[in-house]
Design a protein around this ligand. Sequence first.
Ligand code: SAM
Ligand code: ZN
Length: 385
Amino acid sequence: MPDLIREEDTTIKVPDSQDLTRKAEVFYNPEMKFNRDLSCLVLAEDFKSRIKKRDSYTVCDSMAASGIRAIRYFKELEKIERKFKKKIFAIWLNDIKKDALDAAKKNLKLNRIAGKKIVLSNENAKTLFSGNRFDFTDIDPFGSSVYYLDSFFGNSMHNGLLAATYTDTAPLCGTYPNTCLIRYFAKPARIDNMHEIGLRILIAKTNIIAAMHEKTYSPLVSFSRRHYFRLFGRAKKSSKGTIKEHLNNIGYMLYCKKCMERKFVGLELFSQKDKCSCGENYDYAGPLWTGNLNDSDFCDRLIPCANDEKMKEFIEMLAEESRNGGICYSIHELAKKTKKDVLKTGKLISVLQKQGFNASCCHFGGHFVKTDKMLNGKEYGKIAH
Ligand SMILES: C[S@@+](CC[C@H](N)C(=O)[O-])C[C@H]1O[C@@H](n2cnc3c(N)ncnc32)[C@H](O)[C@@H]1O
Ligand SMILES: [Zn+2]
């Protein structure tokens, strides 16, 4: 008997005994509800900003599985169309697996969604991207979205929004550095801010692929959560000069294993012989994105639309992180290295702010601080007892 699943105002049926792997007949992962909730907010914001000026808006759920995402997107966009009294959107619902597409078709019926606004296709996402371009493209594979970026950027629309999921956290967080090197041409680091480094590696790699197609990728919302990374950003056709300037945001993070000092350096300034202020040699991670991970203004516009407090707080934190710049540090790790007290996050933030630096919480964890002060054991020791 198939199970009936409800998410917000959407109900779907998926075959039971789902094993959450590639082999699952039709994949549905309840853990990804948060990802879908936030994706609906991002899509709605983009659509609202365009609906007045446009007479078409296309969305592609390139890896639809049960169809839950496409159905939720459909309902979200219909609400906005009703408000603006305008009908312009269409959704491509695609999956390479025939079984998935059949299940998605049934779920569309179950939700009474049919007609011209839905286009069904059973293609490899790479082929789909090469022949079609969309205002909003969602890539949600098992593993890494990196394999689809070349075909996406090869044909992407100017200002098109890309939403991509990556579940390969182990290579990106340094458990499998060779895989990370091969997949992203970057060195990860298995240290406290490994998730921040992983996100930054992904944004750098996305931009490197975009640049080959004379485009840039500007991050709007980027986060790490449980077993995945999710990145939303805009693909823009750009001049060579703009691309060059944009790529100046790619560099390395130098870090000291002994005292936790860390800093970003540009590609040209990087030297493996650089020494930390404590005298140790720095190690490095990257190439990675040294610019902002989020567009704070865009995030601010999502906050009032979120309908639960946890989501609001999460987005507020992303906005705050990017307003402040800097790098993340685990306060637990700083305390462990210095054998000093674990300061409360709020306390450390207020001390750093009093010293004239930017400082905020960050979404990587409650015991993290993000600051543009170059923190290290010595500096932490001056603040903590
Ligand atoms: C993680 S599931 C997608 C989950 C879905 N987006 C959701 O939110 O519930 C990945 C899906 O991508 C499909 N897929 C894998 N490789 C693909 C490709 N190259 N092109 C299109 N679909 C692909 C799989 O058949 C599977 O249904
Ligand atoms: Zn050091």
